[in-house]
Ligand binder design. Sequence first.
Ligand code: CO8
Length: 258
Amino acid sequence: MAYKNIIVDIEDNVCLIRLDRPDAMNALNLDLLRELGKALGEAQQNDKVRACVITGSEKAFAAGADIKMMSEKSFVDVFTEDLFTPEEQAIRRIRKPIIAAVSGYALGGGCELAMMADFIIAGDNAKFGQPEVNLGVMPGMGGSARLTKLVGRAKAMDMALTGRMMDAEEAERAGLVSRVVPAKKLVEEALAAARKIAEKGAISVMAIKEAVNRADEMPLAEALLFERRLFHALFATEDQKEGMTAFIDKREPQFRDR
Ligand code: CO8
């Protein structure tokens, strides 16, 4: 399907989605977010896709929700529309792994979109921020909730209250991003990480994604039990037999997603 605000490429079992609103620093409007949800939904259904990468341009991953689109809205508008909720849910529903590859600005909704991914790889030019306070509002898609889980209360407060930006090095130190790579190699590195995931068995990959995401939302004892039960359940798969036998036989495993 042809999209207007994103570019989708599928190669080597990886779906690469590039946000593409160059005139607006990839600001997130409803059309873009709906296209993104649709493309990810199709990736979820496509057996050839085993991992996804979301990226932007070198200058901007996304500079936030579209301020021009939001500026005239009232409380009644955003509340009754439930602004961005279905779009966020469409992204969070995807069970295949999603990597955000962030170059340049990831601000407001842009930082929040990156945090919806399973992990973030940053170019060394990346800048993260929650500047909504400068607009008389506050983060609304995870920039207080998810950010606090990822970087802790002190940094989340600092970022959301002052609106300052965090560079890639600080973001890695704080635990917001998993690794920092040269900006020129960002997409290449993110695709390499996605291809590495794509080589694994899809069942264990999905189980890991589910366990880590649930761990964020559950008390520790429940999260440990959920993890243990999923671990036990994987012993019902052929991939477990194959993975362990291949190790003992000193050969590469051939996972079949069964
Ligand atoms: N929305 C709309 N347009 C934008 C946005 C945006 N968020 N960001 C940039 N643009 C546009 C500019 O208006 C400009 O367009 P034009 O040429 O037509 O004037 C173009 O992109 C280029 O931008 P700049 O000229 O400003 O480029 P600079 O290099 O000087 O600056 C910055 C780049 C620093 C990224 C700057 O553009 C900026 O500060 N942008 C706004 C960042 C921001 O405040 N983001 C938060 C937005 S609010 C939000 O994300 C809320 C999310 C939660 C929603 C939850 C709902 C339930």
